[in-house]
Ligand binder design. Structure first.
Ligand code: FMN
Length: 197
């Protein structure tokens, strides 16, 4: 059984190109192997920006948390648990203003937890997550992959490496707001069709 965590963050919901392509990938995987899929739609859930109060709630030992802290700590705890129990992350990733959607960044801020998903050592931080594959379907209006302007790929790679995950695959659907977008979308679909875990 492969536990898939399917993370979406397009503001266009199911109409989002990243969502549609990633859904095709998840459906293909489900058709050919035994999978359990957990969906996390960050555009729908729209986590608020991380606050000092929320971080303080994580730092407070569980048996000393007040009611508000129990609720606040639960936001991160449940997202971390979902991440830890997954074998494969399928991430539908739109590019918004050269980066990741702010809702995705809010998720990043909840799952990077010192002592839980990474720890500090004398030699620097060490990721505590292991043996997960990360598949990122990156949808963009323009063309950036392979250029110095693609800071999104660099950011996502650094972040997952930081957590201990280095098996990361990017599938790009680029130039979606440019002439020839249909062909490029189809090319991404073909890549997805041939993809296997
Ligand atoms: C708010 C916003 C910002 C965007 N910024 C960029 C950008 O910086 N670079 C780019 O190539 N495309 C940009 N686009 C286009 C999207 O990347 C493109 O529409 C892509 O399909 C988004 O994924 P989605 O369809 O799953 O939402 C932007 C779109 C929106 C709505």
């Amino acid at each position: 059984m492969n536990n898939i965590l399917f993370i979406k963050s397009s503001i266009n919901g199911e109409q989002g190109k990243s969502t549609a392509l990633a859904q095709e990938l998840v459906s293909n995987l489900a058709a050919t192997s035994e999978v359990k899929v957990v969906e996390r739609d960050l555009a729908k859930q729209a986590l608020v920006h991380l606050t000092q109060e929320e971080m303080a709630a994580w730092m407070t030992p569980a048996n000393e948390r007040n009611n508000e802290q129990v609720e606040l700590a639960n936001i991160s705890d449940s997202l971390v648990e979902e991440l830890k129990t997954s074998d494969t992350l399928v991430i539908a990733m739109p590019m918004y203003n050269f980066g990741v959607p702010s809702t995705f960044k809010a998720w990043v801020d909840r799952v990077a937890r010192a002592g839980i998903t990474f720890r500090y050592t004398e030699n620097g931080p060490v990721g505590l997550l292991k043996n997960k594959k990360v598949v990122i379907i990156a949808a963009r209006g323009g063309m950036y992959s392979g250029t110095t302007e693609d800071s999104q790929t660099q950011y996502l790679t650094s972040f997952f490496n930081f957590l201990g995950l280095d098996d990361i695959i990017f599938i790009y659907a680029e130039g979606l707001n440019m002439p020839g977008s249909d062909e490029r979308f189809s090319a991404a679909q073909a890549e997805i069709k041939n993809f296997s875990l």
